[in-house]
Design a protein around this ligand. Sequence first.
Ligand SMILES: [Fe+2]
Length: 238
Amino acid sequence: MQTAKQLDTIDLKVDLESEPIIFKRQIGLLIAKKAQAEVLNFFECNQENENRGSNWWYTVEKEKTFFKSILFLSGDGLDNLPNLKKCFTSLFETYQKYGLIPIDSTFNEMRSPTSDDMVAINPIVFYYPAGTGIFDWHSHDPEYQQFQLLANITQPEIDYLGGETQILMPNESCHAFDHNFEMGDVFSFPYSYPHRVLPVKLSTSYASGASARISVLMPIHPRSKYTTTFLSELEDPC
Ligand SMILES: [Fe+2]
């Protein structure tokens, strides 16, 4: 197992279509911490499946997969979550720098498409509770994005233990986003490569934190297209 390469700054020479990378400290710690509190508050204020179709959360549960997914697909969904919105706009700007989103597009217009067939950004939070969170091997259709960015707004070994994201490379080696993927960091990985999240475990050192791994991501695809394919037949190549 190889820890993914870490960079302190955005380097446009890096080929994100073929290499997993951690961009360190892309989101300020205070913003990440406040975004974490906004996510926890969202769960407090909204029942599962409440407002389904606009800004809502539901549980993704199958064999070797358990997490809560919040989707912010309606225009006003982030109005009361300013720090979480900053996390999404940080991802948006990085996508623009690497040319995945046109430089003249705006965050608001791309998250409020006028039809379900238009390419859109889809702001999502994955909440992996410590003790039960896990995501089995899967991959995504790279038609609309060749790499995916994902921010961590929780701190490994404080808020949770384990919870590494593993990427299976074409040469069958494995790269990992492990404890080096810290609060405020953003990772990027080739979107079609198989990947999974190992069990997120309880940390005894958390005090008033999330007791979870919380990921902020923003897949790019038309709302009518779902791009996740489970690869449960992959036993344990890593
Ligand atoms: Fe994925």
